[in-house]
Write a protein that binds this ligand. Structure first.
Ligand SMILES: Nc1nc2c(c(=O)[nH]1)N[C@H]1C(S)=C(S)[C@@H](COP(=O)(O)OP(=O)(O)OC[C@H]3O[C@@H](n4cnc5c(=O)[nH]c(N)nc54)[C@H](O)[C@@H]3O)O[C@H]1N2
Ligand SMILES: Nc1nc2c(c(=O)[nH]1)N[C@H]1C(S)=C(S)[C@@H](COP(=O)(O)OP(=O)(O)OC[C@H]3O[C@@H](n4cnc5c(=O)[nH]c(N)nc54)[C@H](O)[C@@H]3O)O[C@H]1N2
Ligand SMILES: [Mo]
Length: 811
């Protein structure tokens, strides 16, 4: 989240699109209720289904799955056409006036630089701003230059007229226009809309671009950095925010530092590439501090072994030969027989990843599988024949499966990072049962055994393991406190102020924050954005002061928020150019007091830079402003464009009916054998989507009798019109099939899913909850992911769980 949960109460308008917060985030949803009750906020929900969130909304609009870019692209066009933008904000805090390089173009559904054979944009050279001799970006404040971002943006989205959009999304025009009109009202300075989204946006082959389109809308409305505004990703697992923060993705290091590529063997070049200099006069470009964060990370990992002479251990880091080893890629490799062993920690991939048949076949090719989990999951029992629910030939599966029972969060101390970036310490509530050990104890034990083997026998890249600093008080099971102090960071030598020479932290002390990190090896921090979570004053994450002096939910004494205990990112943008809040009464966040930036939040800005110095709010970008034009950061182009899901009910992209290359995301990676497994609308006519229910948490609560009782049986939701057409009555069993397999479940016939008119045809949507399987105490069911396609978003590789094709028959 750019903002945080309790800030939602400051919103004037709440847009829930690409999520169903009332169902999946019922506790957080209370802040929507607060906003409605105390701030007269309105709630708008856009979802294929009339959801629990929609049931309390002021406005609801149905949408065909996978078409949000069209809906939001139309909104951008509407805002520009009707002059509903926050002018001062847009002119000063975004890149509208920046001039794009010559040669950038978009034609027939593709941007320039596309290589069809590689399914990728291999030449992004012109996807950037034109620079002058000094390396500064050229701008045209009059916004007249034909290649300034404003003109390009206007042109790109002028094609998304109400007719075109309604025809793609199936949203009736009146409902759509009403939603656009309502959203447009928040372009008034001081008015804010918050966007709450989750998987309804992420789980598409164009998911990242859906989110970007949402962000672009918020920029045009001046809603980023504002209390009650922002683009708010409602995260899933209790610590999934912490997972990405700590770099547990194959291409990331902690704190969103990045793993070097194979071509990057030169340390200085690796750092230089990530240390972008400002491209506008007077800007900050905060990533210029990259080396400080990187060296401090290497000192945390390798201690005394990381030295200036050995480039701080840079050569021990793995180098990527491809952009990343995401889960789809890894399971494809497994499926191809290229993987011997797999450690599965707190993950149930046969249930949660697409195309169960492929995942199951992949697991069967392993020599060994280790499952670390408190429960006996489907993945740990993938070899067990469970009749129709898991019809495998056990005898032919040779994978050795080890199950290592772990503890659960309630059985250990530690911190969890919530969606709002708060690190909250929690305390053990119960002793773990039986033989369960903590994940740290299991990983610690594994580490020592592996390191001993490398010591004795050597092996590939042994130094990377042998040089790790493991000087914990309890080497077998480092305590959560000790690990927390390590990721926060400490001084290894006295840390001084570069200008005054004053000692900021003495050797051995915990650091106060990432401003104290140094690139000379005198500091260690395992995750720079967490620096300050545990200071000399102690564990900041354990703080529980809920004082809210301004009544805005800015409880700066409750837990600790990254970065720097700042609650709202880019909060400088909540003030106008002269440094005063857009709304001085209800939305006072940060302001210039004549000497410094101050306020109800920790300013996200250089505190002593006066407004007249002209530094802009988006300090992480070298241009200091927010990007409507994504330069070369997105794999499918600088402006989001509508592409159909890989399985499309209409078989073509109405935006580009004549270009077969522009039907679905042209930059999405598809493995060869999966391309052949996509189904067509002739065989599988209905658009399906999958989702969750309040009463269950993924695949584990079916091990719990109470949850099993509240939602006892697997079902699918079918609209009344379709059910009538197919002669299906509520409560009857149906067979739902895709080109990858089928499930059988009880039909819930509902008014909440209505047929939509799309591209001149009637499109029916089918809703499939995901919680059932063949382990636990609930009635067995089919794994929903038997049906889903093995393709992901072109940037994140998040699978397209939310849009695919099925057929429905009476079982
Ligand atoms: N009780 C409970 N709570 C949970 C979880 C759980 O299993 N149980 N899981 C947690 C996890 S890990 C996560 S990630 C979050 C997920 O939170 P959400 O994303 O809110 O959950 P979902 O139910 O998967 O999907 C949300 C909605 O997206 C809609 N949708 C589908 N396709 C589209 C589309 O193309 N456009 C739009 N606008 N909407 C679409 C669906 O109809 C559905 O209503 O929930 C978390 N909270
Ligand atoms: N079709 C479809 N598929 C989906 C989705 C969808 O919307 N549609 N949503 C996707 C999303 S967003 C998510 S997050 C995934 C969820 O997919 P998974 O994460 O695979 O599902 P969970 O059942 O939450 O599995 C987590 C496991 O962690 C175990 N666990 C709990 N605490 C601990 C611990 O402290 N240590 C260890 N080692 N294990 C622990 C639990 O017992 C459980 O078995 O599903 C994805 N799959
Ligand atoms: Mo999730």
């Amino acid at each position: 989240m750019t903002n945080h949960w309790s800030d939602i109460k400051n919103a004037d308008l709440v847009l829930i699109m690409g999520g169903n917060a009332a169902e999946a985030h019922p506790c957080g949803f209370k802040w929507v209720t607060e906003a409605k009750a105390h701030n007269k906020a309105r709630l708008v929900v856009v979802d294929p289904r009339f959801t629990r969130s929609a049931s309390v909304a002021d406005l609801y609009a149905p949408i065909r799955t996978g078409t949000d870019i069209a809906f939001l692209g139309g909104l951008i066009n509407y805002l520009l056409e009707n002059d509903k933008i926050q002018h001062e904000y847009v002119r000063n805090y975004t890149d509208v006036s920046f001039i794009v390089k010559e040669g950038f173009g978009f034609e027939n559904g593709l941007f320039n630089g596309y290589d069809a054979d590689k399914r990728a944009y291999t030449d992004k050279g012109t996807w950037g701003y034109e620079l002058d001799e000094q390396g500064y970006a050229k701008v045209d404040p009059t916004l007249q230059h034909p290649r300034c971002v404003y003109q390009l943006l206007k042109k790109h989205y002028s094609r998304y007229t109400p007719d075109v959009v309604s025809n793609i999304c199936g949203t009736p025009q009146a409902a759509m226009l009403k939603v656009w009109e309502t959203i447009a009202e928040t372009s008034a300075p001081g008015k804010a809309m918050t966007i709450m989204y989750a998987l309804g946006w992420t789980q598409h082959s164009v998911g990242s671009q859906m989110i970007r389109t949402g962000a672009m809308v918020q920029l045009l409305l001046g809603n980023i950095g504002m209390p009650g505004g922002g683009v708010n990703a409602l995260r899933g697992h209790s610590n999934i925010q912490g997972l990405t923060d700590l770099g547990l993705l194959s291409n990331l290091l902690p704190g969103y530092l990045t793993v070097p590529m194979e071509g990057e063997q030169d340390y200085a070049a690796y750092i230089a590439k990530r240390t972008a200099k400002p491209i506008r006069p007077g800007q900050l470009s905060y990533w210029q501090n990259y080396e400080k964060f990187h060296v401090s990370l290497m000192k945390a990992w390798y201690g005394k072994n990381a030295t200036a002479e050995n480039d701080w251990g840079f050569h021990w880091l793995p180098k990527l030969d491809i952009p990343g080893y995401d889960v789809l890629k890894y399971f494809d490799m497994m499926y191809q027989g290229q993987v011997n062993g797999y450690f599965c920690q707190g993950f149930n991939p046969i249930a949660s990843f697409p195309n169960k048949a492929k995942v199951s076949a992949a697991l069967a090719k392993l020599k060994y599988l280790v499952v670390m989990d408190p429960l006996a999951t489907e993945t740990s029992e993938f070899w067990r024949n469970a009749g129709e629910y898991n019809d495998v030939d056990t005898a032919s599966i040779q994978t050795t499966v080890f199950r290592l029972p772990t503890t659960c969060f309630a059985e250990e101390d530690g911190s969890l990072v919530n969606s709002g970036r708060w690190l909250q310490w929690h305390w053990k509530a119960a002793e773990p049962p039986g033989l369960a050990r903590t994940d740290v104890a299991i990983m610690g034990g594994l580490f020592h055994r592996l390191r001993n083997l490398y010591r004795e026998e050597g092996g590939a890249n042994a130094d990377a393991l042998l040089n790790i600093d493991w000087s914990y008080m309890r080497p077998d099971e480092p305590s959560p406190e000790e690990i927390a102090r390590e990721f926060s960071g400490k001084a290894l030598a006295d840390v001084t102020d570069p200008t005054t020479g004053a000692v900021l932290a003495k050797a051995g002390e915990q650091l106060a924050g990432f401003a104290q990190l140094r690139a000379d090896g005198s500091t260690a921090s395992g995750c720079w954005i967490f620096c300050g979570a545990w200071t000399q004053a102690g564990n900041q994450m354990a703080r529980r002061d809920n004082a809210d002096p301004y009544g805005m939910g800015q409880t700066l004494g409750w837990a600790w928020s990254w970065p720097a205990n700042r609650r709202i990112l880019y909060n400088r943008a909540s003030a106008d150019v002269s440094g005063q809040p857009w709304d001085a009464e209800k939305k006072r966040l940060v302001w210039w007091n004549g000497k410094a930036w101050t306020g109800t939040d920790v300013p996200d800005f250089k505190v002593d830079s006066p407004p007249e110095a002209g530094m802009n709010p988006f300090i992480m970008n070298p241009e200091g402003v927010a990007r409507l034009f994504a330069v070369d950061k997105m794999n499918e182009g600088p402006f989001p464009e509508h592409y159909e899901p890989f399985e499309t009910p209409i078989g073509r992209n109405p935006m580009h009916p004549d270009n077969p290359k522009a039907v679905s995301n042209p930059a999405a990676r598809v493995f060869k054998n999966d391309m052949e497994l996509f189904g067509t609308a002739e065989e599988f006519p209905y658009a399906a989507t999958t989702y969750r229910l309040t009463e269950h948490f993924h695949f584990w609560t079916k091990h719990c009798r109470l949850n099993a009782i509240t939602q006892p049986e697997q079902f699918v939701e079918i609209g009344e019109v379709l059910a009538n057409e197919l002669g299906i009555k509520a409560g009857e069993r149906v067979k739902v099939s895709s080109n990858r397999g089928y499930i059988k479940a009880v039909a819930v016939v509902t008014k909440r899913i209505k047929p939509l008119t799309v591209d001149g045809k009637t499109v029916h949507q089918v809703g499939i909850p995901l919680h059932w399987g063949f382990s636990g105490v609930a009635r067995n069911g089919y794994l929903t992911n038997t049906l889903t396609p093995f393709v992901g978003d072109a940037n994140t590789q998040t699978p397209e769980f939310k849009s695919f094709l099925v057929n429905v028959e009476k079982a």
